[in-house]
Design a protein around this ligand. Structure first.
Ligand code: SAM
Ligand code: SF4
Length: 467
């Protein structure tokens, strides 16, 4: 999954009101006088988990506040994918050192799962530690806290259940996130996710489709299906829909205009997905396909289960679609054993694939991962140098690819205003477009925009107003 996260709250920060309907389902229970503050770190799945956690709290009568100092319950939904992300959480917890008996502090998500009860030793003022695989137990854990229990935990990963809530407090006014598969059964050598999020559990297709229909009723026309490895989706219901069939079914829900999905693992990326995109215009022109390295040798050390050539076959399949599909990726530099030659192969892969975007990271050794046993061979400084070289190469590619779009017209879903008094939105290919228009009140609308300028990370244009 693209990381750092791609949750754009421009519309919210620009003062755009939540849809009345979205407000309506935040007022689901009479207030109980208690308040909560929830801060989220990490990927889109964490942000969406937080939307569901907030839904659980609101349905118990809690009220959400903007500052931790005003809250009776302070929750951190945490990320441990890289060491820096995990450290941030402990610096937040440090703020509450000494504690306040009236305020409950909780650690949710990946750091909660990874550190478990050790958090109580490091920060004795914490009362709740809960990993994402135990979120279905949250109402019970909250009831225990409300009854005065001092320390409660949900750290079970041995589960076949998914976290489904009756109420979800959606933070993005125009794009709704839905988890279709939780956990991960892969064992990439660098990654904590299988440990922190547990085994793969797919949601029944009927439940997913019912949620999508509900979202249309709330006014959403764009949905994003989430999973660490969405294309490993296995419908547990008798319908047994494949991932491509599920995509087609979601795309055909009346009122849905855009369907996104992330993240796809190259190993499980089959031509049926591209065929579904070809057959259903509502499936967006974008595939996020993390490669991690361009060297087959490093891919094997990483236990990615594909070679460079097999990855390039998937890319060729995406490129064979009837419409241009934007391709983005994730890359790790400085994995243990990565030589200068291996890194060069990652650079040539960028040239060969011509990605429209790439999230790139320095390898960060993580607890409970196989890579921890490998001697680190790339010094920190060299990791930094490789990252800079890679980002510069990719920036040049993006600049060129975006310039090629000048003069073309794209449909943009408007989700905010930019600082320059322009409107901002995204194309189906997930490109950010800033544009001018003489019209007003465009939030949430689909408009046609002609591109006039291009940068490496966004486009600039003018709205085409039909005469
Ligand atoms: N499930 C997705 C996949 O298979 O590509 C990735 C999920 S992970 C949350 C997002 C990205 O973080 C990964 O694609 C990888 O590039 C990066 N990442 C994961 N573990 C890392 C580590 N130990 N050091 C640096 N980057 C890491
Ligand atoms: Fe981590 Fe690999 Fe699973 Fe992605 S597929 S979540 S990188 S173990």
């Amino acid at each position: 999954m693209g990381d750092p996260i791609d949750v754009r709250l421009d519309a919210l920060s620009s003062g755009a009101p939540l849809r009345p309907e979205a407000r309506r389902h935040t007022a689901v229970a009479p207030r109980n006088g208690r308040t909560f503050y929830l801060e989220t770190f990490g990927c889109q799945m964490n942000f969406h988990d937080s939307e569901k956690v907030a839904g659980v709290l609101l349905s118990r009568g809690y009220q959400q506040v903007d500052s931790p100092d005003e809250a009776d319950l302070v929750l951190y939904n945490t990320c441990s994918i890289r060491e820096k992300a995990a450290q941030k959480v402990f610096s937040r917890l440090g703020h509450w050192r000494g504690g306040n008996a009236q305020r409950i502090i909780g650690v949710l998500g990946c750091v909660g799962q990874q550190e478990g009860e050790a958090i109580f030793e490091r920060a004795p003022w914490v009362s709740l530690v809960c990993g994402s695989a135990s979120y279905r137990k949250l109402p019970q854990l909250l009831a225990e806290l409300e009854a005065g229990h001092r320390r409660v935990t949900g750290l079970d990963t041995d589960t076949e259940e998914t976290f489904e809530t009756e109420f979800t407090r959606r933070d993005h006014p125009f794009r709704a996130y839905l988890t279709i598969i939780e956990g991960c059964d892969k064992s990439c050598a660098y990654c904590v996710v299988p440990f922190t999020r547990g085994p793969e559990r797919s949601r029944a297709s009927d439940s997913i489709l019912a949620e999508v229909r509900g979202l249309v009723e709330l006014g959403y026309s764009e949905v994003q299906l989430l999973g660490q490895n969405v294309n490993a989706y296995r419908d547990p219901s008798p319908k047994r829909l494949s991932f491509a069939e599920l995509l087609a079914a979601v795309a055909q829900v009346a009122g849905i205009r855009r369907v996104r999905f992330t993240t796809s693992h190259p190993r499980d990326f089959h031509p049926e997905i591209v065929q579904a995109i070809d057959a259903h215009p509502a499936l967006c022109d974008h595939v996020h396909l993390p490669v991690q390295s361009g060297s087959t040798r490093v891919l094997s050390l990483m236990r990615r289960e594909y070679t460079r050539d097999q990855y390039l076959e998937r890319v060729a399949c995406v490129r064979s679609a009837h419409r241009p599909i934007s391709l983005t990726t994730d890359i790790i530099v400085g994995f243990p054993g990565e030589t200068a030659q291996d890194f060069e192969e990652t650079l040539t892969l960028l040239d060969e694939v011509q990605y429209d975007g790439a999230f790139s990271f320095k390898f960060s050794p993580r607890p409970n991962t196989a890579a921890l046993a490998l001697p680190e061979t790339v010094p920190e400084e060299e990791k930094g140098r490789r990252l800079t070289v890679l980002q510069e190469r990719q920036r040049t590619i993006q600049q060129r690819r975006n310039e090629a779009l000048i003069g073309q017209t794209f449909e943009v879903l408007v989700d905010g205003r930019s600082r320059l008094e322009q409107w901002v939105g995204r194309t189906s290919s997930n490109r950010v477009v800033n544009f001018t228009t003489r019209r007003e009140n465009l939030l949430g609308e689909y408009v046609q925009v002609r591109i006039t300028r291009a940068g490496p990370h966004s486009l600039v244009g003018e709205q085409v107003i039909p005469s």
